[in-house]
Design a protein around this ligand. Structure first.
Ligand SMILES: C[S@@+](CC[C@H](N)C(=O)[O-])C[C@H]1O[C@@H](n2cnc3c(N)ncnc32)[C@H](O)[C@@H]1O
Length: 170
């Protein structure tokens, strides 16, 4: 099991985006047992939905999952889904300055957000282009979906320099 800390940092604590309804999950307590919440001014049944708590259980990306790319710390799309849906609105601009294989940008695009991704490793950058539908399959090795085999490719020989992708969802 992997643990990662996520910080929610806002510029103005009085005014920031938090779309609770967009990330609501099933409530497993009072609602399941159809209990009445007597703390409310008009007692009503517990809501079957709730905002996720402080600890999120999201499976790490495994080799056999369709979203898997050859990156040592690829984040699950489900994680970015929740973060982006909660903290931005359609048409907003998302920045990921350490993009890896551009999971953030791919999810941002799917959710109708614009994004800017920056990645130092050229091969990861090319995977990002593919995930964002910005390259043709013939462009490079990384433009093809990953060919999965039981043996993993662990060596890459790219020279580091700065590359960035700007993706506009419109
Ligand atoms: C933790 S990974 C990001 C994984 C990403 N969230 C994903 O799902 O693929 C961090 C990435 O930052 C890149 N990186 C490290 N230093 C960088 C820099 N100075 N500028 C741009 N990218 C950098 C690394 O190459 C690595 O791919």
């Amino acid at each position: 099991m992997l643990f990662r800390s996520i910080l929610l940092v806002v510029k103005d604590p009085q005014q920031y985006t938090f779309n609770a309804d967009a990330i609501a999950v099933e409530a497993r307590t009072g609602a399941v047992r159809k209990l009445i919440d007597y703390r409310k001014s008009v007692p009503t049944q517990y809501s079957p939905k709730k905002v996720p708590g402080n600890v999120w259980y999201i499976p790490r990306v495994r080799y056999r999952m369709p979203e898997y790319e050859d990156h040592p710390s690829q984040k699950p799309e489900a994680l970015l889904d929740r973060i982006i849906a909660a903290s931005s609105n359609e048409g907003d601009l998302i920045l990921d300055p350490f993009s890896g294989v551009f999971t953030t940008c791919a999810v941002a695009k799917r959710l109708g957000r614009k994004s800017i991704g920056i990645e130092v490793d050229h091969s990861y950058y090319e995977v990002g282009l593919r995930r964002l539908g910005l390259t043709q399959p013939a462009d490079s090795n990384y433009s093809h979906p990953l060919q999965k085999a039981y043996e993993r490719r662990n060596s890459r020989d790219s020279a580091p320099s700065l590359f960035s992708v700007t993706e506009d969802a419109t």
